[in-house]
Design a protein around this ligand. Structure first.
Ligand code: ZN
Length: 237
């Protein structure tokens, strides 16, 4: 099976469309959460996700727009975006977001937004955290998002190895793999990030595609969302 793994779309229609139109033939799309939040097109991105039959997870921003109790965890720009997003949603989209699982075991792979032990909120950014998490999932590949930084952590005899690069990598047995963010990359490369995974050859390919950043940023400004959320799209940090 060939899978497109995407995450952290963040209501960025231009980035989502660019990724989807660049996809090779795939059997499934796995989406690791944060469809909404930050960007100006939550309804479009939600409807694409809902109608496409993707394997879906809930992210912390998806949770925040349907559960205001968690907003206190957010910084002010994220909070303002979540409140703005919540106002756009009708009951059927709210019900859809509420129905998403935070974590799922799917065809032998563990899928989470943040981490297996804290699926909505924990960031796996460093080898120390990755080491604790990876030892807890014993011989499994765990796909996660949330950090907006693509890459893989692998448990080897000499410790945790972190791969961070574009291109193709074979995956081992105990690994954490992050496809990066479609709609708000934070690794210094502003292009939309995603991964293609071949379950037979066990090769992950990290890909980037250009999209119309200016258009997405202008919509954020026009919607009255914090200008910082528009500006950061250009730098990818
Ligand atoms: Zn996110």
């Amino acid at each position: 099976m060939r899978i497109a793994v995407i995450s952290d779309i963040h209501a960025n229609r231009e980035a989502l469309d660019a990724v989807l139109s660049s996809l090779p033939q795939v059997d499934e799309v796995w989406c690791l959460g944060d469809i909404v939040g930050y960007g100006a097109d939550p309804l479009y991105c939600l409807d694409v996700a809902r109608e496409s039959g993707w394997v879906m997870l809930k992210g912390n921003h998806d949770e925040a727009v349907v559960n205001p109790a968690v907003l206190s965890w957010f910084n002010s720009a994220a909070r303002r975006a979540a409140i703005w997003t919540a106002k756009q949603l009708d009951i059927s989209r709210i019900t859809f977001l509420r129905s998403l699982p935070a974590k799922r075991l799917y065809k032998g792979y563990l899928l989470v937004h943040g981490s297996p032990r804290d699926p909505l909120y924990e960031y796996i950014l460093d080898s120390a955290t990755a080491g604790i998490v990876i030892r807890s999932i014993v011989d499994m590949i765990c796909w996660h998002g949330h950090t907006h930084v693509p890459g893989m952590f692998e448990l080897t005899a000499s410790g945790i190895r972190h791969f961070y690069a574009l291109g193709e990598f074979a995956v081992g047995n105990a690994m954490l793999v992050n496809p990066g963010s479609v709609g708000q990359p934070r690794d210094g490369d502003p292009r939309a990030s995603f991964a293609i995974f071949d379950t037979e050859t066990r090769v992950v390919e990290f890909r980037r595609v250009e999209y119309d950043i200016e258009k997405a940023a202008n919509k954020i400004a026009k919607a009255g969302l914090p200008t910082f959320l528009a500006q950061r799209l250009f730098s990818g940090i």
